[in-house]
Design a protein around this ligand. Structure first.
Ligand SMILES: NC(=O)c1ccc[n+]([C@@H]2O[C@H](COP(=O)([O-])OP(=O)(O)OC[C@H]3O[C@@H](n4cnc5c(N)ncnc54)[C@H](OP(=O)(O)O)[C@@H]3O)[C@@H](O)[C@H]2O)c1
Length: 252
C-alpha cells in the first residue's frame, strides 16, 4: 500500500504483543526490515520475527529495556552493526505502575517516566545519527490519559503527557532534516497492558457501549495509522497525533 516503505529499516519497541506486534507485522508487510524489540518476552519476540519471515519479510530480534540508556546503547550498537542505518522508529513500549497518583512513590515516578516518556528522547538521540539525510520517521504511541484523567492510570498519564510534549519538541527540531515526528493516540484495546489498570473491565464495557463506530479498536487499527504516518503521504504532518478510537473521545 505504501511502496516507499519497501527496503526501509524500522525499529518497533515492545513488539512482542499488542500494538507493537501488529505495527511490526504491518511495516514488514510493507517491505521494511523490522527490528523486533523486547525486554523480557524473548520467545514471543522470536515468534513475531518468525511470522514476519514466514510471510517473506525480514526481521531482527533485539533486547533492550527502553527505560535504561545503557540497554538502548547496546541495542543501537547492534542496529549499527547489523543494519547500518535506521529510517523509522516506533516508540511503542511503555511501562508504568498503575494506581492513584497520590500513592505513587518516587521510584514509581522514575521508572514510569523513564520507560514511557524519556525513552522517546533517548531513542531519537540514538536514531537520528543513523537516519539518512532527508528522510526519517519517528512515531510515538500515546493514550487518552495524556490529556484526560483515566482513574487508576497512575503516573502513566503524566508520562503520556510528557511523551506528547517530547513528540512536539522533536518534531520542531527534526522537521528541517526531513524527519517527521508524530504520534497515535489510541483508544482502549484489549491487550495485556490494559489489564494492569484497576477497573479495566468497566473501561472496556464503557468503550464497547459508547464507541460511535460500534466496536473497540484493535492493534491493527493502530498499525494502519502508524503505516500512514510512516508513508510519504504524511510527509507534511509534523508534531501531531492521529486519534484512533472509533470516535469514543468525541462523545461526552
Ligand atoms: N491497550 C490499550 O488500551 C492502549 C491504549 C492507548 C495506548 N496504549 C499504548 O500502546 C502501547 C502498547 O501497549 P499494548 O497495549 O500493546 O501493551 P502490551 O500488549 O502489554 O505490550 C507491551 C509491550 O511493551 C514491551 N515493554 C514493556 N516495557 C518495556 C521496556 N521497558 N522496554 C522494552 N519493551 C518494553 C513488552 O515487552 P516485554 O514483555 O518483553 O517486556 C511488550 O512487547 C503503550 O505505549 C501503551 O501505553 C495502549
Amino acid at each position: 500500500m505504501y511502496p516507499e516503505l519497501a527496503g526501509k529499516h524500522a525499529l518497533v519497541t515492545g513488539a512482542t504483543r499488542g500494538f507493537g506486534r501488529a505495527i511490526a507485522q504491518r511495516l514488514a508487510a510493507e517491505g521494511a526490515t523490522v527490528v523486533v524489540n523486547f525486554r523480557r518476552s524473548k520467545t514471543e519476540a522470536e515468534q513475531v520475527a518468525a511470522e514476519i519471515e514466514g510471510a517473506g519479510g525480514r526481521a531482527l530480534v533485539l533486547r533492550a529495556d527502553v527505560g535504561k540508556p545503557e540497554s538502548l546503547d547496546e541495542m543501537f550498537d547492534a542496529i549499527r552493526r547489523e543494519l547500518g542505518r535506521l529510517d523509522i522508529v516506533v516508540a511503542n513500549a511503555a511501562f508504568g505502575v498503575p494506581g492513584p497518583v497520590l500513592e505513587a512513590t518516587t521510584k514509581h515516578w522514575d521508572v514510569t517516566l523513564a520507560a514511557s516518556a524519556r525513552s522517546l528522547l533517548e531513542l531519537a538521540q540514538r536514531a537520528v545519527p543513523l537516519m539518512q539525510a532527508g528522510w526519517g520517521r519517528i512515531i510515538s504511541i500515546s493514550s487518552e490519559g495524556g490529556q484526560k484523567v483515566i482513574p487508576g492510570y497512575g503516573v502513566v498519564g503524566v508520562a503520556k503527557a510528557a511523551l506528547e510534549a517530547v513528540t512536539r519538541a522533536l518534531a520542531f527540531e527534526l522537521a528541517p532534516k526531513g524527519i517527521t515526528v508524530n504520534g497515535v493516540i489510541a483508544g482502549i484495546a484489549e491487550t495485556k497492558s490494559l489489564w494492569s489498570i484497576p477497573g479495566a473491565a468497566q473501561m472496556l464495557r464503557e468503550a464497547r457501549d459508547h464507541t460511535p463506530a460500534g466496536r473497540i479498536i484493535t492493534p491493527e487499527d493502530v498499525a494502519n495509522a502508524v503505516a500512514f504516518l510512516a508513508s510519504n503521504q504524511a510527509s507534511m504532518i509534523c508534531g501531531h497525533f492521529i486519534v484512533v478510537d472509533g470516535g469514543r473521545s468525541i462523545v461526552a
